[in-house]
Design a protein. Structure first.
Length: 454
């Protein structure tokens, strides 16, 4: 949410044609803004504009034009959602997701919006021509809601968390690169969306697993848009159960999913009698996508389970040089490994040395009489409930998350010299003089390097 708001404010500065429309969006409440920037067409335009700014683009931007033409819906519906006939929200208690039913734009939204949505739909499915969306029947809607109910009952923290990142669910019998489509989550091509084959609704356990699978991907997509985990996301990684290599960022995404799937399987095994009476017994065996014929895994009969794949992917990430992961990336990996160890004590994977504790890097000495101030080219949004400050460098469009320590030091950089900033930081934080100096020097080195302090 903070990223959306700062992004809109930044776009309003750069879009000479529609600054008012973008500024108006940035002032909306959370309840008003999320259905808009969760909308596949608007989210796609927002992300495309942000990438353009990050790459120094100075031409026309797309979101402002759309925002200027779309009146706010008094019922809080996003523009594509307004076309859905009938309008169905499958889990209103967990988020504003809606179902892709018959899309009727007449008199509701600009005529080209439906065409834009269809282009995004077609571009989201790899490997073959896109089949038309399947219009869900009332029974399909009921089964989807039942799958979501099972997921949130089985995993009462994870389930609602991932469902909040879903804006639209659609059904299709399209083709993917690996054969008939089972399900997919839209990243850049169809943001905030899940597409699945109607057959995934055959039983509530399959429906719940599908929602977890794709919802986890959407959650990590949002996280990766908000902060960096890798310093070389395009590094190529061999995958024994596939013919083609994956980018290392895809390895992280897959590992994130497989760990969640192992948690789901363990929760299913421990499901109590009440859940089994209502939803039936969980599947006796794990069902994962088959290994590709002719691969190393196919020849050796390996990598056919989530655990085997999680072990391989985690081992590869842990074998990378430590500087390939950002500090957040190291924390992310530590968390995944801890979860994996909880559900499989014999996972055989250990965190790399140095990950268990945060060791501050040595920072160059800073002249104590140097004057430091916040850059005029920075915009900030505080998140006091999280103890964080989000700052965007308006020159680079890069966003930086400051924890409470960095936020305090950043706030003290008002034209004072380093000696004064260090003394005041020590007074407010209660740390001794040596720690205060180390904290301030490390923070100044990082924040001046990214251009939000001078």
């Amino acid at each position: 949410m903070a990223r959306f708001v700062l992004g809109l404010r930044l776009l309003a500065q750069r879009d000479a044609r529609h600054p008012e429309a973008l500024q108006r969006l940035s002032l909306l409440s959370r309840e008003q803004l999320l259905p808009l920037l969760g909308d596949p067409v608007l989210r796609n335009a927002f992300e495309d504009d942000m990438v353009k700014l990050e790459n120094g683009y100075s031409g026309a931007l797309g979101l402002g034009e759309l925002a200027a033409r779309l009146p706010l819906d008094p019922e809080g519906l996003g523009p594509c959602e307004r076309m859905a006939t009938p309008h169905v929200r499958p889990w209103p208690e967990h988020g504003p997701a809606w179902l892709w039913t018959e899309m009727n734009p007449a008199g509701r939204v600009p005529e080209d919006l439906s065409a834009r949505l269809r282009r995004l739909y077609d571009g989201s499915i790899e490997g073959g021509p896109s089949a038309d969306p399947v219009i869900p029947t009332p029974e399909m809607c009921r089964r989807l809601t039942r799958g979501a109910d099972l997921l949130t009952r089985l995993l009462p923290q994870v389930g609602p968390s991932v469902l909040r990142h879903v804006s639209v669910v659609g059904f299709t019998r399209g083709e993917s690169a690996d054969g008939p489509l089972q399900s997919l989550s839209g990243g850049d091509p169809l943001p905030s969306a899940i597409l699945m084959a109607p057959e995934r609704l055959a039983d509530p356990w399959t429906a719940a697993e599908t929602l977890l699978h794709e919802g986890v991907h959407l959650k990590l997509f949002d996280a990766l848009r908000s902060g960096a985990l890798l310093r070389d996301a395009d590094l190529s990684v061999p995958i024994p159960w596939r013919h083609t290599s994956w980018r290392v960022v895809r390895v992280l995404v897959a590992l994130h999913f497989y760990v969640h799937m192992l948690v789901f399987q363990e929760a299913a095994r421990q499901a109590d009698d009440t859940i089994r009476a209502e939803f039936g017994d969980p599947p006796a065996a794990e069902v994962v996508d088959e290994v590709s014929p002719g691969t190393e895994a196919d020849r050796s009969g390996t990598y056919g389970t989530s655990l085997e794949r999680a072990r391989y992917l985690a081992g590869y990430i842990l074998g990378l040089p430590g500087d390939r992961l950002t500090p957040d990336g190291h924390r992310f990996m530590r968390w995944l490994l801890e979860v994996l160890e909880l559900v499989h004590e014999d996972s055989g994977i250990s965190p790399p040395a140095g990950v268990a504790g945060e060791v501050p890097a040595q920072s160059p000495a800073v002249a104590q009489d140097a004057v430091v101030r916040r850059s005029a080219r920075a915009m900030a949004r505080p998140l006091p409930e999280r103890g964080e400050l989000l700052v965007v460098n308006t020159d680079t469009a890069a966003m930086h998350w400051l924890n409470a320590r960095s936020w305090l030091i950043y706030s003290l950089c008002d034209g004072s010299d380093v000696r004064s900033v260090t003394a005041e930081y020590g007074n407010r934080s209660g740390v001794d003089a040596d720690a205060a100096r180390a904290h301030v020097e490390a923070c100044l080195a990082q924040l001046t390097a990214v251009g939000i302090l001078q």
